[in-house]
Design a protein around this ligand. Structure first.
Ligand code: GZL
Length: 327
């Protein structure tokens, strides 16, 4: 092989290597330094809402380059308290958590305060006499959700010319913020309507299985006296519906069904006419959480309360217009 042909051959081999390696060898990509370390104690995975909330927080942490230590408490307050203590020991920049119930947080939050770690409440609130244990609450206006549920019922009763409206209530986890405030908003709104009477309220703990148990018990006790089921979340509603049908009733027709959360499963059932009203409670709080945590890390002031805007889905509108829910 002549000199020139050897040169051409070497060039062609070099060119082939370049093509196969995608061009000149790049320096190994440097990992991006996280902007902050956030410890988050999540309640559990009791509902589509909770699972959607966790997913959104994880996605937003990645988007905002936040290093997230997320611990699932499996519905136990003691697990949340232990997780917060681990976050303190780990010296995270910010702690966030969704308190399963409102009481019993003073000691551990005082430990976080003494460690100089700011705490953000996500989704739910705490009740305390102490000042300055938390910096911000990012979550729904649950009282307003209860009001919107009751306002729908009043409109529905008017449209059906109902003279008497007997309600059974399946509540969320006792002493949780959504349970306390959804109930208060609902009861305060119906208080001035003499037609509406609440036969009984039972704690369904936001769980599908408990929703079914509660509905069975209420049907055994009240049967066809029940005109309305007001359920504090979609999981319990979806558990209750088969029990209502087994008892020979037609949910959405001869029994008005009002639910809260607005997950895709409940919206699909609303579109079939078996749920009359779903009040939205968005689980997508991750963006506000990351922005608030980054502000705290930077020493900036933050709003004390951040409420997302929420709407009502019901048989008063064309349900086919409802966009996919994403949770
Ligand atoms: C509401 C949230 C509630 C949901 C339930 O923000 O705390 O907890 O309504 C979930 O689905 O279990």
């Amino acid at each position: 092989m002549g000199k020139w042909s050897k040169k051409i051959c070497r060039c062609l081999c070099f060119l082939l290597i370049i093509i196969m390696t995608g061009g000149c060898t790049k320096p190994a990509e440097q990992p991006i330094e996280p902007k902050l370390l956030l410890g988050f104690s999540q309640i559990g995975a009791e509902s589509a809402w909770r699972i959607g909330n966790t997913r959104d927080i994880e996605e937003q942490a990645e988007k905002y380059v936040v290093s997230l230590m997320l611990e699932n408490a499996n519905q136990k307050q003691e697990n949340q308290i232990a997780a917060i203590r681990r976050f303190i020991a780990y010296k995270v920049d910010v702690i966030a958590f969704s308190p399963i119930v409102e009481d019993g947080w003073d000691n551990v939050l005082m430990e976080a305060k003494n460690a100089g770690i700011p705490v953000i409440l996500v989704d739910r609130d705490i009740s305390t006499e102490k000042e300055g244990l938390t910096t911000c609450l990012i979550g729904a206006d649950f009282y307003r959700e209860g009001v919107m549920a009751a306002e729908y019922l009043i409109r529905k009763a008017d449209s059906l010319s109902m003279e008497h409206v007997n309600v059974v209530e399946i509540t969320g986890t006792e002493n949780s913020t959504p349970m306390r405030q959804r109930q208060a908003g609902f009861m305060d709104t119906i208080a001035n309507d003499p037609r509406i009477n609440v036969l009984e309220s039972i704690d369904g703990d936001f769980l599908k299985s408990r929703g079914a148990e509660c509905m069975r018990q209420l049907l055994e006790t009240y049967g066809d006296e029940i005109d309305v089921v007001f359920s504090h979340n979609d999981e319990m509603t979806l558990g209750a519906l088969p029990e209502i049908e087994k008892a020979g009733f037609y949910p959405g027709e001869n029994m008005i069904i009002i639910s809260i959360d607005g997950g895709q499963k409940a919206i699909d059932v609303l579109k079939k006419g078996k749920i009359n009203c779903v009040v939205e409670c968005t689980p997508k709080l991750g963006k506000e959480l990351m922005e608030t945590a980054l502000k705290l890390k930077a020493g900036e002031s933050v709003d004390a309360v951040i409420h997302p805007t929420e709407q009502v889905f019901s048989d008063e509108q064309d349900p086919s217009t409802i966009e996919p829910r994403g949770y």
